[in-house]
Unconditional design. Structure first.
Length: 759
């Protein structure tokens, strides 16, 4: 047996050794699918398959890099560098660079990100004199994106009766016109958006038989990771590429298909055997991640879905602890419970902060957990914030760099033509745009043409000359040298440096970090010490194709992670808190009247459960504010699908928030009403409330940044008190204040407190 085959279980080995013909590997959560996929590629190469004939498609650059590294390590040589491994978008961008001319695009076409695309749509809406509050660019972009991922072009969109009726019902009958104008604008600019990388790849293969034959001949073996997450466009491209040889291997788990809102369809994996009648199906059911108790819960929950490939996860790991089911009275209580439980587990079992994750259905739920973690000085990272490359100062800088590579890119050109200010105002830009449309030419060609009178000025001439001077550097200089020259000559870096506000300093530091990253890009060799393509165009393609998943999941800081369940897919943690398990929240209200939608919500629940390695808490709140009103919540129907034998029920107590109804005690686990803590809590609620404090007539909140232990203070609600202790840093300083017998000692964050210092 080859060394790289060692350590595989029976089913993993069968999946690796299958060489020719269609293969579907149904890889349950934590079953080692990446190991199987990479070992299979290594085995194909060891059997004599040329690396240039293997195509492996993933959904993140991180996964692609890991796969290539593992294959190289398994084989012990550098042949793996010749593999076509990457995300759908990066691989197809690479192919389109070579054959874009067939579709009428330049080989150095610009790739627009989501913000770029929305800006174009915003401009088109404005030019068409439409109300952008009604024709919202984000909505229109999503509509066009969905159409492209369903292989619907602007003309087909216009002729589709159902689509037109849907737009008419939404009072947006002109979306087809916007789509048409957007497609033409991108084509004229020599640009494709992310969806075009799929759509144009499909059109290249469908409409150009020579291109189809070339890539069918090149990619004799095709492997697709996370096949359950593919959309119609990706499915159609794979069908075309694999039609000649049918050596297609798909790896995925229908039980983890949770991205229908992005266009993914679980039917792609469910119908694989219909597409390829002689397909072999191998199930990876041994889990290497979780305890058997966690897997029992997951198996039982997902078993309620009708539309699925049956599987039963099992493990050689320990039986593990029961699932802790926690019911709190309010969402704030839920946050406090989670923070307290993390602190307790750290003290009792010595877990690090990064061993914990809080998973919720929507980002809006994070507030109570953030506040509670801050109160206990527990560091946390909110996954899903603004990424580095989406910050304004970074996008401005990158706009310059994109224009240098492709000056036909109108949207980026307009973004920076007067930034920093150089006397080319909005009126001038509008006049140039109108003239360009009249002449059916580009914005750049219009301001560069010396024969067009009345529009150009010394300011536009200086700008054109500056951009052209940067363009002359492209052939001789690397990405960093060009980028450094841009920052210096445009005055962009100086403008940021001169802003000494906190925000200005941060923006300047961000731009310096961008330059650092470009410098690192140009000076980092491959494993053999060779500097590869270090051009500006190569750098721009690399950073444009970065995914949010790569950026968010790459950090290793010792902090509790807070994220949506969607963001957690592919991750694992020793301790998982699955919160907000209430009807109308999880499952969401929008999914409760359609079986397919409800089954996807259950798959989302399954994904959350299987992130846990050792401990899992499931929590829900009896009441929470939603849309400004306090509403009572019933426990999620999914909780009832968890076998009672695996549940350890816990009740954490009530807050002083009034209950929205007398039926707040409904939905408790069996035996809940006999828990002794209820009487104590009821007594506490029925105890007489202390008299409300009336603030002093001269009450004005003081600056409390310099308060000291022993000082007397007045609080608007709690009255007069003495500061007993201080803890935390300047940004999260907490004071313990003794307010006497009426209110006792309260811990108050000084940043948010309104206190008067008593002289």
């Amino acid at each position: 047996m080859h060394k790289y085959l060692e350590g595989l279980n029976e089913q993993q080995l069968a999946a690796v050794l299958h060489v020719d013909g269609p293969l579907m590997i149904v890889a349950g959560a934590g079953s080692g699918k990446t190991k199987v996929l990479t070992t299979r590629i290594a085995h194909l190469m060891n059997c004599g398959v040329d690396a240039f004939n293997i195509l492996a498609l993933t959904f993140t650059n991180k996964a692609a890099a890991e796969m290539k590294e593992r294959v190289e390590k398994a084989l012990g040589n550098t042949e793996a560098r010749n593999l076509y491994i990457g995300t759908f978008h990066s691989v197809f961008a690479r192919i389109l660079r070579a054959d874009a001319n067939k579709l009428g695009y330049p080989n150095n076409f610009t790739i627009y990100d989501t913000d770029d695309a929305k800006n174009i749509i915003k401009n088109i809406v404005k030019e068409m004199n439409l109300d952008d509050k009604h024709y919202k660019p984000a909505f229109i972009y999503n509509r066009i994106s969905a159409a492209k991922n369903s292989l619907i072009d602007a003309d087909t969109y216009r002729k589709d009766t159902y689509i037109q009726q849907e737009d008419a019902r939404g009072n947006r009958p002109l979306i087809a016109d916007i789509y048409d104008a957007y497609a033409k604008r991108c084509f004229r600019n020599g640009a494709m958006d992310f969806d075009d990388l799929l759509f144009k790849m499909y059109l290249l293969l469908k409409n150009y038989p020579d291109a189809l034959a070339k890539y069918q001949g090149r990619f004799k073996y095709i492997l697709i990771d996370e096949y359950q997450d593919t959309n119609l466009a990706q499915y159609a491209i794979i069908k075309l590429l694999g039609a000649r040889n049918e050596n297609i291997c798909v790896v995925g788990d229908d039980a983890q298909s949770i991205y229908s809102f992005r266009g993914a369809t679980v039917q792609n994996i469910l119908q694989f055997q219909d597409d390829y009648e002689d397909a072999r199906v191998i199930k990876l059911e041994q889990n290497y991640r979780s305890t058997q108790t966690i897997l029992n819960v997951a198996n039982n929950v997902i078993g309620n879905n009708k539309n699925q490939i049956p599987k039963q996860l099992w493990t050689d790991n320990s039986e593990g602890e029961k699932i802790t089911l926690v019911r709190t009275m309010t969402d704030n209580d839920e946050g406090k419970f989670v923070a307290d439980a993390i602190k307790e587990q750290q003290m009792r079992n010595h877990y690090a902060n990064k061993d914990f994750v809080v998973l919720y259905r929507t980002n809006a739920q994070s507030r109570s957990f953030e506040e509670s973690l801050r109160r206990l000085n527990i560091p946390y990272k909110l996954v899903g914030g603004t990424s580095f490359y989406q910050r304004k100062e970074i996008k401005d800088y990158l706009a310059y760099l994109r224009i240098i590579v492709n000056p036909q890119d109108e949207e980026n050109l307009k973004r920076i033509i007067n930034y920093p200010a150089r006397g080319i105002g909005k009126t001038s830009i509008d006049r140039i745009t109108i003239r360009a449309n009249e002449l059916n030419t580009t914005f750049w060609e219009t301001i560069s043409n010396p024969d067009i009178d009345g529009l150009r000025s010394s300011n536009t001439d200086d700008f054109v000359n500056m951009i052209n001077s940067f363009r002359t550097m492209l052939e001789k200089e690397n990405a960093y040298d060009v980028a450094f020259a841009v920052g210096k000559r445009t005055g962009l870096v100086k403008e940021l440096y001169d802003d000494k506000s906190v925000e200005g300093v941060a923006r300047y530091e961000n731009v310096q970090e961008l330059l650092n990253s470009i410098k690192e890009f140009t000076e980092t060799p491959d494993e053999e010490g060779e500097l590869l393509d270090k051009s500006l165009g190569s750098y721009l393609q690399q950073i444009t194709l970065l995914t949010d998943a790569d950026q968010d999941k790459g950090e290793d800081a010792d902090a509790v992670k807070l994220m949506t369940i969607h963001a957690a897919k592919g991750l694992e943690f020793p301790c998982v808190f699955l919160v907000g398990m209430e009807e109308n929240l999880f499952p969401s209200a929008m999914s409760m009247y359609d079986r397919n939608d409800l089954e996807e919500e259950r798959r989302l629940f399954y994904v959350a459960i299987t992130r846990a390695k050792q401990k899992l808490w499931i929590t829900y709140a009896n009441s929470r504010y939603r849309f400004g009103s306090l509403v009572q919540n019933d426990p999620s129907r999914f909780i009832k699908e968890v076998p009672p034998m695996h549940i350890d029920a816990t009740y954490t107590g009530m807050s002083n928030r009034p209950s929205p109804s007398s039926s707040a005690q409904s939905g408790l686990p069996q035996g809940f009403d006999k828990m002794p803590s209820l009487k104590k809590l009821a007594d506490k609620l029925n105890a007489p409330k202390p008299a409300a404090h009336t603030p002093s007539a001269d009450f004005v909140p003081d600056d409390v940044s310099a308060v000291e232990v022993g000082m007397k203070v007045e609080h608007q609600k709690f009255g007069f008190g003495t500061i007993m202790s201080l803890e935390g840093g300047s940004q999260n300083r907490i004071a313990a204040i003794d307010f006497g017998s009426a209110h006792g000692t309260k811990k108050i964050m000084l940043n948010f407190a309104k206190l008067r210092i008593v002289k």
